[in-house]
Ligand binder design. Sequence first.
Ligand SMILES: Nc1ncnc2c1ncn2[C@@H]1O[C@H](COP(=O)(O)OP(=O)(O)O)[C@@H](O)[C@H]1O
Ligand SMILES: [Mg+2]
Length: 347
Amino acid sequence: MIKLVNVSKEFRQKNNSILALDNVNINVSKGEIHGVIGYSGAGKSTLIRCINLLEKPDKGQVLYKDEDITRLKESDLRQRRKKIGMIFQHFNLMPSRNVYENIAYPLKKERLSKEDEGRIIAELLEIVELEDKELAYPSQLSGGQKQRVAIARALANRPEVLLCDEATSALDPKTTKSILRLLKKLRDELDLTIILITHEMEVIKEICHKVSIMERGKIVEQSDVVSIFSNPRSEVTKEFIQTTSNKNKLDEILSGSNNTFGLRNDDILARVQYVGDLANEGILSQASRLFNIEISVLFGNFDVIGNTPIGELIVFFRGEEEGVKKGLDYFIQKGLKIEIIKRNGEI
Ligand SMILES: Nc1ncnc2c1ncn2[C@@H]1O[C@H](COP(=O)(O)OP(=O)(O)O)[C@@H](O)[C@H]1O
Ligand SMILES: [Mg+2]
């Protein structure tokens, strides 16, 4: 549906230049919710603005349904842009116009009859669940309601793609969830393709199918969401994932001087990751019995992404060296991912 091929964009200023996009490739299929995550300044907004050509790439192609839209005349581009709606962090509503007028704004050029316009807007208000706010002004709405108005406005021209630039970043967690639910509903009911920019891994986890991780203008990792969470490769990805678990707390405790868990010098401490259902297998108790060692869980974190359970345990192994080694091998045989975080008293 949307494809970026080797897209680069540089911002030149008087005495320095910034490579905001560095050879970016991305491929978003129809009906996909594609997340783009990265720290501030990574190039996310530039990336999304290149998709609707609000920003013109220096190099590369932007394909919309296999057509390179960087080559279109301005008038043709305007037509294509209607098929690509956009919402923003700060909603960008017009304060002096009411909800109806804000949503009607992009329809102005369509020369619709009052009845047709009214019908379309009533439908849009129903989709975003704001039927009773038609005459309210933006200042009378909560953040979540404002974003719903912005979504209705973005949908007015019946786009096939919706670009969301930090659309939930100004909202509290509960409102964020309700907006994400709405986006999911739009994708299901209107067959919308969604590209969603965020700096919060929670958002990715909640609704995305695929994710691209950006750092300094580059996409450093790109995959389906389950793989990203179960097998992150780049450092940034790991950092983002850590923010969604309270493992930092554990790291603090482990590196602290007081031995909170009563660990012994020859205990082996390992991070165990699993995808799917571990509980049914009873791997911990099996290994413990088979090799006559003690295995205890210090920390557990569990999540369901899409429909796949993903878990992480911090476990210590205690016992004869040979038994512990066999225990670790046993975990690996069972398809678990193991990373030793402490051995011989060293973290
Ligand atoms: N219009 C512009 N002129 C100059 N530099 C810009 C412009 N837009 C973005 N940049 C720079 O490009 C880099 C990427 O910015 P941006 O795409 O907004 O990142 P993000 O959305 O990930 O925070 C930043 O260093 C930013 O300062
Ligand atoms: Mg941005």
